[in-house]
Design a protein around this ligand. Structure first.
Ligand SMILES: Cc1cc2nc3c(=O)[nH]c(=O)nc-3n(C[C@H](O)[C@H](O)[C@H](O)COP(=O)(O)O)c2cc1C
Ligand code: SF4
Ligand code: SF4
Length: 272
């Protein structure tokens, strides 16, 4: 039995979840959705099973995940599951993902799980303490062990919210994510910016260019993934006045180079 594990990650949590899950599956291929989208080519899944792992955004899914689904051919896979990775509440993320899966790939979601990882949305809150982060990541690791057993067995798991709640949450999610591309005006780099260009490199959708004066400029296709803000080595990036003085968060084991690597088109059948 082989499994394709697709992921998208702004700050490393979903990447670690994808790797942890894969290590516990019989044979798994970890594939970045950002790479597929950037290459703009159809990706045909050749494994029996497929799992998608993504962060929850505004009680729904990242817009990037919905767009990448349009490039994924799941006709040869028989079991599709999803893991919504959130800080506190997944809202209707699995219901929204299931609807997009039906629309783009004509497939039903057989199983859905929610996992809890540290929050990364600094415009609303600062990072948890190191102890809390360690505890949350350990609990998540245990949960992924259970999920891996279920995937290995092809278990069907109900994930659906009551219909009216899913529809209302889905409607609000759509409004929120449609504003994201225009939130580029909220970002700015402070004078401490060294012009290193790392923010442009980690951006999964190439939404940042470095000006001739050596300063980052944000374009109009932001996903709000927080990679630029969290990986800036001198914490020079602020989102309005909301992030100033707040502790940043990115997964402690994931280096910027690994976030940059998700932009590469995956080689078919390569195990990471
Ligand atoms: C734009 C945005 C919106 C978010 N919305 C939610 C949310 O609705 N509920 C929640 O529990 N966490 C929310 N989060 C937190 C992330 O889902 C969470 O920290 C996740 O583990 C990040 O995964 P990543 O490191 O793979 O990007 C949000 C984060 C971002 C950047
Ligand atoms: S990562 Fe930070 S220091 Fe480097 S260019 Fe971007 S804002 Fe400036
Ligand atoms: S500009 Fe920053 S927040 Fe927006 S998509 Fe790029 S890395 Fe993510």
């Amino acid at each position: 039995m082989s499994v394709t594990v697709f992921y998208f990650s702004g700050t490393g949590n979903s990447l670690v979840a994808a790797r942890t899950l894969s290590a516990r599956l019989t044979e798994a291929f970890v594939v970045p959705l950002a790479g597929i989208l950037r290459a703009g080519k159809k990706y045909q899944v050749q494994t029996d099973k497929t799992v998608f792992i993504f962060p929850v955004y505004c009680a729904g899914i990242p817009a990037l995940v919905a767009r990448a689904l349009e490039l994924v051919d799941l006709s040869q896979t028989s079991y599709v599951a999803a893991i919504a990775n959130c800080a506190s509440s997944a809202g209707a993320a699995l219901d929204i993902f299931a609807a997009e899966l039906r629309r783009c790939c004509n497939k039903s979601l057989a199983a859905g799980w929610v996992i809890y990882m540290p929050g990364n949305y600094t415009p609303l809150y600062g990072s948890d303490s190191p102890d809390t982060i360690t505890r949350t990541l350990r609990e998540c690791d245990n949960r992924l062990l259970e999920i891996a057993c279920a995937v290995n067995q092809g278990t069907v798991v109900d994930y659906a919210l009551p219909m009216p709640l899913a529809m209302l949450t889905g409607f609000l999610w759509k409004i929120n994510v449609s504003c994201f591309p225009y939130m580029q005006k909220r970002f700015k780099a402070e004078r401490t910016c060294t012009g290193c260009g790392l923010c442009a490199k980690v951006c999964p959708v190439d939404n940042i260019v470095i000006s001739s004066a050596g300063r980052p400029q944000w374009l109009k296709k932001c996903e709000q993934c927080m990679a630029c803000l969290q990986y800036c080595p001198v914490e020079a990036i602020q989102c309005l006045w909301w992030t100033k003085g707040r502790a940043r968060y990115r997964h402690p084991e994931i280096a910027a180079s690994e976030i940059i690597a998700q932009k590469r088109m995956p080689e078919v059948n390569r195990i990471l």
